[in-house]
Write a protein that binds this ligand. Structure first.
Ligand SMILES: [Mg+2]
Length: 301
C-alpha cells in the first residue's frame, strides 16, 4: 500500500473513534497551551513510544533513527512518551545516543514518573511529602515538582519500576500507606518484555499495594489520560495537534483511541496487525516499519 492511500485510510478510520470523553481538564489545558503555540510551528507533534518503537532493549530500531532524523531535519516537533519510569531524561539521551541516535535531547522526554509527579502536584498544592519506590527517573521527577522525599508521614507513596526493591522495601511502603499516605503508581503495565522472555511489570507491583491496602491507585501511564496531559502541557499543544506512535495496541494505541488522538501503530514490537481485531483497539494508521510513514503528510494534515 502506498503512503498516500494509507493516509486516506487513516483519516477515514479516525471517524470511527469511540468514547467521546472530552473533559474539563482538556479545555483548561487548551486555553493555556494555545497561547504558547502562537507564532510557533503549526505542524503536529509526534509522540513516539520508546521500547519496541525506537529500540528493543539495547538494540536500536534503525527505522526509528531514520524517523527521528527526518522529523528533526524537517522541523516536525516530537517528544518521546514512555511508561518506563526508571531512567531520567538525561539517562534516556545517553541510552539512545549510545545506540546511534543523534537528534535526542533531555527536554524531549515525558515518562510516567514525570506524569505521576505532575498529577500529584495538581491534587493539592500543600502536600509535598513523598516516599517512593523507584529509580533515578522517579527521584528526579519528584524533585522537579517540589516534593521532599521522606519516610516521616508522607502524603504520597509513589511506586515506579524498581528492579532492586525487596520485601522489606515493600513492607515499609505498605506501613506508610496504612498510615494514610495515598498510593500513586506510575503505570499499570502487567509484564515487561525482555530479550528471551518477560519480567514483572510495575503494574503488578502497584496491584500488590492496591490489594494489600484495599485502595486503588490512580491510573497515570499509557493508556490513561494523565501522561497524555503532561505531554501536551510540555509540548504546549492541544490533543488535536498530537499523533501517538507506538508498537503496543493496549497502551500507545489505546491512549489515542480512547481520547480521540490520532495514532500510528508500528509492528516492530509487542503487537501485530492480527491483534487489532482480537483487542478491538483500532489505530488510524498501521505500518510494519516507521520507514512506511510519510511524516510530513502526517504533521501537516
Ligand atoms: Mg513500546
Amino acid at each position: 500500500m502506498n503512503k498516500q492511500i494509507q493516509f486516506k485510510t487513516m483519516q477515514f478510520i479516525n471517524q470511527r473513534s469511540k468514547l467521546p470523553k472530552l473533559d474539563v481538564h482538556f479545555i483548561e489545558l487548551n486555553e493555556k497551551t494555545d497561547k504558547r503555540r502562537e507564532g510557533k510551528n503549526k505542524m503536529k507533534t509526534m509522540l513516539f513510544d520508546l521500547d519496541g518503537t525506537m529500540y528493543r532493549g539495547p538494540q536500536p530500531i534503525e527505522a526509528g533513527i531514520r524517523a527521528v532524523n527526518f522529523c528533526a531535519e524537517h522541523h516536525i516537533p516530537y517528544l518521546f512518551l514512555t511508561n518506563n519510569s526508571m531512567r531520567t531524561p538525561e539517562e534516556n539521551v545517553k541510552h539512545m545516543t549510545d545506540m546511534g541516535y543523534t537528534n535526542v535531547h533531555a527536554e524531549d522526554f515525558v515518562n510516567s514518573a514525570m506524569a505521576a509527579a505532575d498529577y500529584a502536584a495538581r491534587l493539592d498544592p500543600n502536600k509535598r511529602k513523598a516516599w517512593m519506590i523507584g529509580q533515578n527517573g522517579m527521584r528526579q521527577a519528584l524533585f522537579n515538582e517540589g516534593f521532599e522525599i521522606t519516610d516521616d508521614h508522607p502524603d504520597y507513596v509513589f511506586i515506579g519500576l524498581d528492579k532492586t526493591a525487596d520485601y522489606a522495601t515493600y513492607s515499609k511502603a505498605l506501613a506508610m500507606l496504612l498510615d494514610g499516605a495515598m498510593l500513586i503508581g506510575t503505570n499499570h503495565d502487567r509484564i515487561l518484555a525482555k530479550p528471551g522472555g518477560f519480567e514483572v511489570g510495575n503494574g503488578a507491583v502497584v496491584t500488590l499495594f492496591e490489594y494489600a491496602t484495599g485502595k486503588p491507585s490512580p491510573k497515570i501511564g499509557k493508556p490513561d489520560l494523565p501522561i497524555l496531559e503532561t505531554a501536551l502541557k510540555k509540548a504546549g499543544i492541544s490533543k488535536e495537534d498530537a499523533i501517538i506512535i507506538g508498537d503496543n495496541l493496549e497502551t500507545d494505541v489505546a491512549l489515542g483511541y480512547n481520547n480521540q488522538v490520532q495514532t500510528v501503530f508500528v509492528q516492530s514490537g509487542v503487537h501485530q496487525e492480527k491483534d487489532i481485531e482480537r483487542l478491538q483497539i483500532f489505530p488510524d494508521l498501521t505500518v510494519s516499519s516507521l520507514d512506511d510513514v510519510d511524516f510530513l503528510a502526517l504533521a501537516n494534515a
